[in-house]
Design a protein around this ligand. Structure first.
Ligand SMILES: [Zn+2]
Length: 142
């Protein structure tokens, strides 16, 4: 997977913590069954619905990890850093949230998009999802 355009970090109407748009902020019992939020397509500026439950897509996250290893400046742009413990490592956001990723397509321009989020229990019982980046992608070997 390669990025083939600008990495956006906008979500319509979202408040921001630092540079991170907040897609969800609520107590555990307020989380809807199918939580979603809108992010802005970096190609056409249209709105794209994404899931905010933090589950994400393990294969997409593995691609993000490869990209951040290959392009450290991308990690800076997404505001994610490696944390290491023993022999494992994982990406976290500046707020300490766990990084998740999913692939989707923009309904406006049909660009295939990689959506990178931060998610987790920010305070006891309080769950937060932030947008770390949205970027158009392509698969050069497909
Ligand atoms: Zn679009």
């Amino acid at each position: 997977m390669e990025l083939c355009g600008p990495v956006g970090r906008d979500a319509p109407g979202a408040s921001r913590w630092g540079h991170d748009p907040v897609l969800f902020d609520g107590m555990e019992d307020e989380i809807p069954a199918s939580p979603s939020a809108l992010v802005t397509c970096p190609v056409c500026s249209g709105s794209v619905e994404v899931w905010v439950d933090g589950g994400g897509d393990a294969a997409a996250l593995a691609e993000v990890e490869h990209l951040v290893d290959a392009q450290p400046e991308l990690g800076e742009h997404l505001a994610v850093t490696w944390h290491r413990w023993d022999r494992s490592r994982w990406l976290r956001t500046a707020l300490g949230l766990t990084v998740g990723a999913e692939l989707t397509a923009c309904p406006g321009c049909a660009s295939e998009l990689l959506v990178v989020t931060g998610h987790g229990e920010f305070q006891p019982g309080r769950y937060v999802t932030t947008l770390q980046g949205v970027a158009p992608i392509r698969w050069p070997h497909r």
